[in-house]
Structures are given as C-alpha cells and as structure tokens.
Design a binder for this molecule. Sequence first.
Ligand SMILES: CC(C)(COP(=O)(O)OP(=O)(O)OC[C@H]1O[C@@H](n2cnc3c(N)ncnc32)[C@H](O)[C@@H]1OP(=O)(O)O)[C@@H](O)C(=O)NCCC(=O)NCCS
Length: 172
Amino acid sequence: MTAYEHAPGPATLAPLRRSDIPRCVEIEHILFPGDDPWSAVAFRAELNSGAYYLGAYDGDGALLGYGGLAILGKRGDYETEVHTIGVVPQWQGYGIGGALLSALLAKADELDAPVFLEVRTDNDAAIALYEKNGFVRVGVREGYYQPSGADAYTMHRPSVSESDGSDGRRAR
Ligand SMILES: CC(C)(COP(=O)(O)OP(=O)(O)OC[C@H]1O[C@@H](n2cnc3c(N)ncnc32)[C@H](O)[C@@H]1OP(=O)(O)O)[C@@H](O)C(=O)NCCC(=O)NCCS
C-alpha cells in the first residue's frame, strides 16, 4: 500500500480486480479515444493470461489508474511487456503513473526479465516517464496505432543481469 503525499487524496496500489473492468473500459475511452480503446473482453483476456495487473485506488476504493505487465517465456528466460498504463486526467501529475510503472518494473526485475513496450511517438509525458525509468528507444513501428495511424516507438529496458549497473540496479 502506497500513499501519494501530493495527490488530491490518499491513493493506494493493489492487484486489479475483475470488478474494475467496466471502469477500466470507461477510462480507456477517456485516455485513448482515437486508438482502439480496450474492451472488457480485452481486459478479461489480459487478466486470464496471468499478466501482472495493478490498480491505483482513492480512499473510497474508486479506480484512478491501472498498469499491466505481460510475462512471456519460461522460468529462467522471461521477457515482459508493459501492455498498458493509464491514470485518469484529474489525477495525472501526482506520481501515480510513476508508482504503477515502478511496481511493474519491480516485478520484471524479480524475474530478471527485460521489458519492452510501445508508445506513441507524440506522447511526450509517457516517453519522459519511460526514459526516466531506464527505457531506451530501439525502433519505430509506423502506423502501429489504429484507427489513428499514429507511429509508435518500441522501447526496451534491460533485465537486471543485462544491466551495467549505471541505473543503480546490480546484476545478481
Ligand atoms: C503517462 C501517464 C501514465 C503518467 O502518469 P502520471 O501519474 O501523470 O505521471 P507521474 O505524475 O507519476 O509522473 C512521472 C513522470 O512522468 C513524466 N511526466 C508525467 N507527466 C508529464 C508531462 N505532462 N510532461 C512531461 N513529462 C511528464 C515525468 O518524467 C514525471 O516525472 P517527474 O514528475 O519527476 O518529472 C499519464 O500521463 C497518462 O495516463 N497518460 C494517458 C495514457 C497514456 O498515454 N499512457 C501511456 C501509454 S504508452
């Protein structure tokens, strides 16, 4: 449980619940209106796949944001992907997105897994968040987002073993 000192109220992180899916779908339509927002079916498929999903909740238990990490491969050779991260507009800028991402990356580090993600090339806030957390751009996927046709950067963050330690992480 984590409190955010500067947020409009207390916020905590916890495993995303299936009962949150309708609200996730509403938030998707607010955050990604032109980029095929995820449906309830998509969220259910993510949770059923064993991906690591967290929600951020206000003091009344209302969902403020969510983030999900897909875990691919097998023990000793995991690879992970940040599949989504989003915070409702009124709560953006208070550290919740950063906290969600840190928690997903802690899970990837626990598995000693590299992390990949795609981000719109014009999404300056998200790119800044990812670069601050050790991601580098490794490619561009043209027209990745539909129906907008927007391009995506593919970004990569090395596993703990691959890391040179310059970001404070140490190979085990
Ligand atoms: C990207 C997003 C999740 C960030 O969440 P947030 O709670 O607002 O972010 P935080 O307050 O934790 O900020 C963490 C870092 O993100 C970056 N950041 C956040 N908002 C930013 C902005 N408006 N401009 C530039 N950088 C920004 C900064 O690096 C910031 O660190 P700093 O405060 O030390 O400068 C949020 O803006 C969001 O939901 N955006 C819409 C959905 C989206 O684009 N998701 C990413 C899809 S790939």
